[in-house]
Design a protein around this ligand. Structure first.
Ligand code: IVH
Length: 712
């Protein structure tokens, strides 16, 4: 009997047949397997075992634990069901938002940036900037309290990131303790991987048959976002500090000095960080950094310029997602020549017919490219949107030898054609006038460069693209329901519009069997999916507006609309009641800084189109839309007030005054009405001051205003 047990594998034995020693061994094996399966599923998005096998391992683990309760491991997989593991990382709301940077691509954009900063501040005197490499990694915010590292969070959507504290503790460049730091200090910087470490990691992974990474940035992201911090510890991550978030006391009065302070606290800061007084000097440093790019040993994708004086940074403040005091000057695109094999037409979310170049694969700046955008039919024909020639009027034909380029993360583009290599039989491209997906006429409105399918929701391509957009990360971001899944569900006729996602369970819940029988789905994943969908029934207004996929409405304009209207009821009422081009509701919509007439008309038109409206209404009926409040400091004396500026301001430009008021939660209006709370009147104030007096509106001069907001 004893011999028999020795001869067969413990992994195959029935739980009842195991000895205590074998059970211990088997529980350890199962714990390892399940942990790896969780990581593959939740973190790498690359499941390695089927749901059925996962469930079998789970059940086996439980059965052995039931027989030998004393052997249950402290990290038992049965204690880690669902919640903790399924949800991955817990969420962290950043006390100070993590922003992104505006991009500059040419010297002229940099000069323009410097001019804009000067103009905004109304400044003629000297103005210094720092210049430092833009590291191509992922940003991380490290929170220290009383000198101890208490939290590390990824950027996420800028407002809410993932809690990766345990992982960050395993990165050698990140100090656990600081001497002489403010009580609260959030240090921000970039986690990255060196070229040498990246190559060694990929070689190790390949040898083990594990996942290899496409580039050092993906490797850094994949290594930091590990549910098992031991995996992070085994990956060679590095960190450069370049910014900060919440602070209990200032680090310094200048950007450059603040970075030196971070270095003195023990952080790695980039050795190519310098300070300059002119745009010319910034550009000169840019050229020097670019010349060293290949020999730095880590990826950078540009140079970041920041206003050095922190008091000026505060005055400049932020737009919706980027600071006015910084810009990223990206390196020029990388180029290569290859053959154009075909031109395909893709139909997008808004019906746009987009020509896509299928290319003979070619390496452009280290990445293999086989597709590129061709923009629109004019671009293919060698004309810009105004009819003027581009590429000296050369058109692009299938079979041509074309120049491909990439700039940063953007989709590769076609820059040029080599006519000397054009095949004799190459034909001009005939742009379709019917939608290739639903055969509806594809029309081009006057002034629009894009030809659009007129099929609306009956066009399957538009419907799928809308669904893909709807579940994307910045929209509903439903765990387990990505682009691939919505496409498959759409194809099978399970969902046609976003509302259908929320009725899936009611329609299929009891017959879970149907989902379960699909390839790659088991009872566990089906239930997880329904739970994940239910979780997103509560949705913040800004995400909902973005998710609707209305033309011209991006993530930041959706946020502007959400903060302006606050609630779904108010937003919906305004969009329903507005008349495009006239009336008070329209004027109110246009009063939002950052909302122009094109965007406004597009939103109003969507709400007033009966088919669109029906789709929106049935979606919202499934949801609980969370109101959004402006991120204003609660103790601001002007929060919620309607303020009007008039006359000449001496200490700030009008733009700065308006932005500052808005950052304190006030609404800035262009004219005085009974709703106005406050008029700030400089010298030369005329009719607005009179109107305010007549209406009994409080009037302050510039100093009075500055005293009120606490920055006199
Ligand atoms: S400053 C408020 N400095 O670039 C501005 N960002 O495109 C905070 N990045 O999200 C960013 N190197 O992840 C800054 N030297 C640098 C940087 C840098 C890389 C990243 C950062 C940011 C992204 C914006």
């Amino acid at each position: 009997m004893a011999r028999a047990v020795e001869n067969r594998s413990v992994a195959d034995a029935e739980p009842d047949a195991l000895s205590e020693a074998e059970a211990t061994e088997e529980l350890a094996r199962l714990s390892g397997l399940l942990r790896a399966a969780n990581t593959a599923y939740h973190t790498d998005d690359a499941p390695e075992i089927s749901d059925a096998e996962y469930d079998r391992l789970k059940r086996r683990n439980l059965a052995i634990e039931a027989r030998f309760p004393q052997l249950k491991r402290s990290d038992s997989p049965s204690d880690q069901v669902g919640a903790a593991l399924a949800e991955g990382f817990s969420k962290v709301t950043h006390e100070v938002r993590m922003l992104s940077l505006e991009n500059a691509f040419e010297a002229a954009d940099v000069a323009d940036f410097v001019d804009r900063v000067r103009k905004y501040l109304g400044l003629d005197g000297p103005l210094a900037f720092t210049a430092e490499p833009k590291i191509d990694g992922l940003s991380l915010s490290l929170r220290y309290e009383q000198g101890r590292l208490v939290q590390a969070a990824t950027r996420g959507d800028g407002e809410v990131g993932e809690n990766v504290t345990e992982n960050a503790r395993r990165i050698a460049d990140i100090p656990q303790r600081l001497e002489g730091a403010p009580d609260v200090l959030e240090v921000r910087g970039e986690v990255y991987m060196s070229h040498a470490d990246f190559q060694a990691l990929n070689a190790r992974q390949a040898e083990r048959g594990g996942k290899t990474f496409a580039n050092p940035r993906n490797a850094a992201a994949g290594s930091l976002r590990q549910l098992d911090a031991n995996i992070t510890a085994a990956r060679p991550l590095k960190f450069f500090a370049y910014a900060w978030g919440a602070l209990s006391a200032p680090l310094a009065e200048q950007q450059f000095a603040a970075i030196e302070k971070l270095a003195s606290l023990g952080f790695k800061t980039n050795p190519l960080t310098r300070r300059f007084d002119t745009a010319e000097a910034l550009l000169h440093h840019y050229a020097e950094i670019e010349a060293q790019r290949a020999s730095l040993g880590y990826d950078i994708d540009g140079v970041v310029y920041k206003v050095d004086d922190l008091a000026l940074q505060r005055r400049l403040g932020f737009r919706s997602t980027t600071p006015r005091w910084a810009i990223a000057h990206k390196f020029a695109a990388e180029l290569a020549w290859t053959r154009l094999l075909a031109i395909d037409i893709q139909v997008g979310r808004t019906g746009a017919l987009s020509p896509v170049a299928r290319l003979q694969p070619v390496t452009v700046g280290g990445v293999v490219v086989s597709n590129a955008t061709l923009h629109n039919e004019d671009y293919i024909q060698g004309r810009d949107s105004k009819g003027a020639p581009i590429r000296e009027g050369k058109d692009i034909r299938v079979g041509d030898f074309v120049q491909v380029y990439r700039a940063g993360d953007v989709i590769p583009k076609i820059a040029d054609v080599d006519l000397s290599q054009r095949p004799d039989d190459a034909q001009p491209f005939d742009f379709p006038t019917f939608c290739p997906e639903c055969q509806s006429p594809a029309l081009r409105e006057e002034g629009d460069a894009v030809r659009r399918c007129s099929g609306g929701l009956i066009c399957p391509a538009q419907a799928v693209e809308r669904l893909r957009h709807f579940v994307s990360r910045a929209a509903f971001d439903i765990e387990g329901l990505g682009a691939k899944q919505v496409e498959a569900f759409f194809k099978d006729g399970w969902i046609a519009t976003p509302a259908d996602i929320f009725t899936l369970k009611a329609r299929f819940g009891t017959g879970i069997q149907q989902l379960k029988n699909r390839e790659g789905w088991g009872p566990k994943s089906a239930e997880n999916l329904f739970d994940a969908i239910d979780e997103k029934r509560k949705i913040p207004l800004n995400r909902l507006i973005f998710a609707l996929g209305i033309r011209h409405v991006g993530e930041s304009s959706a946020s502007l609309l959400a903060t302006h209207y606050g609630s779904w009821a108010a937003f919906e009422a305004a969009m329903t009641g507005a008349t495009i081009g006239e009336g008070p509701v329209w004027a109110d919509l246009l009063s939002i800084d950052g909302v122009g007439a094109v965007l406004a008309a597009s939103v109003v038109a969507a709400f007033q189109n009966p088919r669109e409206r029906a789709a929106i209404d049935s979606l919202v009926a499934e949801l609980e839309v969370q109101s959004v409040t402006a991120r204003a400091p609660v103790d601001s004396p002007v929060a919620g007030k309607i303020v009007v500026f008039t006359g000449t301001l001496a200490k700030m430009t009008r733009a700065e005054a308006k932005a500052r008021a808005e950052s304190l939660g006030a609404k800035v209006a262009g004219s005085v009405s009974a709703k106005t709370d406050l008029l700030v009147a400089g010298p030369g104030a005329g009719s607005k001051a009179k109107a305010a007096e007549a209406l009994g509106v409080e009037i302050l001069d510039e100093d009075g205003w500055l005293a009120l907001i606490g920055s006199a």
